[in-house]
Design a protein around this ligand. Structure first.
Ligand code: GLC
Length: 424
C-alpha cells in the first residue's frame, strides 16, 4: 500500500544516504564517526532499503548474520575493513573472530525488521527469509541462554543496550573501576562536539569492561557471573519480546514448528513485572549485582507498547515525559537532574526509538499518539536533515549527519503520512 509522501525531495535524499553509506553488502551508520557495520543500525537500514530495493534489504541482513558467532551471538560491530579513525577497534576487542567483531551484542530488532520486509513482498522474500530464519532463531536462543538468567534481559556492557550513556546505567557504572585501563585516544570526539558525547570517566569504564571480556577470552558465562557490569535492560527486554513474536510469525509462515520460540516469549513476558518500579512508576533498569533499581525512567520504558505491554499508569507516565518536551520522545526524563538535552542518550530525541515506539502505539490502537510522534519526528528531519539525534526541546540537530537509520525511518515511517508502520 502506498502512503502519501510528505516530501519527494527528502525521499530522494534519504535514498542517497542509504546508497552513499553502502560499503558493499552492508551499510555504515554514518561516514567517519561509525565506519563499520553496527547490528541494530543495519536492521533498520534493511527496512529502509526495502522501500526501493528489496533484494538489497535482505542482503543487509545476510551480511549482518554472516558474522554470527558459533554460539549464536550476533555481535554489535563487525569490522569488515580496517579503519584507524575508530576506537575501540578490533585490536582492543581481541575476539579472534573472522571477520573481526566486537564481543557483545545489540538490541535484537532484526526479526521485527525482517517481518516488516517480508510483509512488503512475501513471495519475493520467501527464500531469503528461509535462509535467514535458522540464524535468527539461534540468535534468539543465545539471548535466552546467555542473557535471560534472571528472567528479563541482562546486558553486560552499556553499549549492548544501544543506549550507551543513558542514566539507566549510572548505578551499575559506578561500580566499574576504570582507573587501570591505560592510555588510549578516543576518536569519536574528533568527529563531533565533545559536549554531545559521553565523558572521559565513562569512557574509561567502557574500556575496562571490554578489557575484562578480552582477558577471559569472551567467555560469556564468566562475563555474566563475574564481569564488572550486569544490568536488566527494559529496552532489550521489550524489543526481544516483540522480536520473539515476530520470529514466531515468520516461522509459521515458513511452516515451522514455533513452540520453542513461543515458550521463550511466554517466559520473558512472565518476567516483565520484575522491572516495574512502583516508586518511579515505570519500567526501570535494575542492577543485577545488587538488585537495586536505577530509579531512572527513559524512552526504553515505553517500548513496552511494542511488546504488547500497556497500563493506564504507563500511559500517564508517557504523557508526563513527552509533554515536557516539544520534539519526539526524550531518551531521559526531563524532570530528572541528569537530563541533558544534547548529550546523546541522556535526553535527546532519537528518531529510531520514536519509530519503534510508534510501531508499538499503532499496534495497540493508539493512533493519535503514534501520529503525534511521527509528525514531531518528521518536523525535525524536514527542518534540519537526517541527523543522528536531536535536542527534544528546541530541535537542534546533534551528532552525526547523513545518518543511515534516520534516513531509513524517514522512508519507512516518518515521511509517510498517516500510518505508523509506513512501508512503500
Ligand atoms: C552509538 C549508539 C548505538 C548505535 C551506534 C551506531 O553507539 O549509541 O545505539 O548503534 O552509535 O550508530
Amino acid at each position: 500500500m502506498t502512503n502519501p509522501r510528505i516530501s519527494p525531495a527528502l525521499d530522494e535524499q534519504a535514498r542517497a544516504i542509504l546508497t552513499g553509506n553502502d560499503r558493499g553488502g552492508y551499510t555504515v551508520p554514518t561516514d567517519g564517526l561509525y565506519p563499520y557495520q553496527w547490528n541494530w543500525d543495519s536492521a533498520f537500514a534493511a527496512w529502509g532499503f526495502a522501500t526501493f530495493d528489496l533484494d538489497r534489504a535482505w542482503t543487509e541482513l545476510d551480511t549482518l548474520f554472516s558474522a554470527q558467532w558459533a554460539d549464536g551471538m550476533v555481535p554489535h560491530i563487525i569490522f569488515h575493513k580496517p579503519d584507524p579513525g575508530y576506537f575501540p577497534g578490533p585490536d582492543v576487542w581481541g575476539t579472534g573472530q573472522s571477520p573481526e567483531t566486537s564481543g557483545i551484542s545489540q538490541p535484537p530488532v532484526a526479526a521485527t525488521m525482517a517481518r516488516l520486509i517480508f510483509e512488503m513482498d512475501a513471495e519475493a522474500g520467501r527464500d531469503r527469509l528461509a535462509a535467514l530464519y535458522p540464524r535468527m532463531l539461534a540468535w534468539h536462543r543465545w539471548w535466552r541462554d546467555q542473557r535471560c538468567g534472571s528472567g528479563v534481559v541482562a546486558i553486560t556492557h552499556p553499549w549492548e543496550s544501544g543506549r550507551d550513556n543513558c542514566p539507566d546505567w549510572d548505578i551499575g557504572m559506578a561500580n566499574v573501576d576504570g582507573s587501570n585501563v591505560g592510555e588510549y585516544t578516543r576518536r569519536d570526539t574528533g568527529h563531533v562536539d565533545a559536549s554531545m558525547r559521553p565523558g572521559k570517566a565513562d569512557y574509561d569504564r567502557y574500556i575496562a569492561m571490554v578489557q575484562f571480556g578480552r582477558d577471559c577470552g569472551w567467555d560469556q558465562s564468566e562475563i555474566v557471573a563475574n564481569g564488572p557490569f550486569l544490568m536488566a535492560d527494559p529496552g532489550i527486554t521489550f524489543i526481544l519480546l516483540r522480536a520473539h513474536d515476530d520470529l514466531a510469525a515468520l516461522g509459521r509462515a515458513l511452516g515451522h514448528d514455533v513452540s520453542e520460540v513461543e515458550g521463550w516469549a511466554a517466559d520473558l513476558r512472565a518476567a516483565v513485572p520484575s522491572i516495574w518500579n512502583a516508586e518511579t512508576r515505570g519500567f526501570d533498569a535494575r542492577d543485577l549485582k545488587t538488585g537495586r533499581f536505577s530509579g531512572r525512567i527513559g524512552s526504553a520504558a515505553f517500548l513496552a507498547y511494542l511488546a504488547n505491554v500497556e497500563s493506564p499508569e504507563l500511559d500517564a507516565r508517557m504523557t508526563e515525559l513527552w509533554d515536557a518536551v516539544r520534539y519526539g520522545f526524550p531518551s531521559a526524563d526531563p524532570a530528572s537532574e541528569e537530563f541533558d538535552p544534547r548529550r546523546y542518550w541522556r535526553g535527546p530525541s532519537w528518531p529510531v526509538v520514536n519509530a519503534l515506539m510508534a510501531i508499538g502505539l499503532t499496534d495497540r490502537g493508539r493512533h493519535a499518539a503514534a501520529e503525534r510522534l511521527r509528525r514531531e519526528t518528521a518536523e525535525l528531519i524536514e527542518a534540519h536533515g537526517f541527523f543522528e539525534y536531536f535536542d527534544p526541546i528546541d530541535g537542534t540537530p546533534c551528532g552525526g549527519d547523513a545518518f543511515t537509520w534516520t534516513a531509513a525511518i524517514w522512508l519507512t515511517w516518518a515521511g509517510a503520512a498517516g500510518d505508523a508502520k509506513g512501508g512503500a
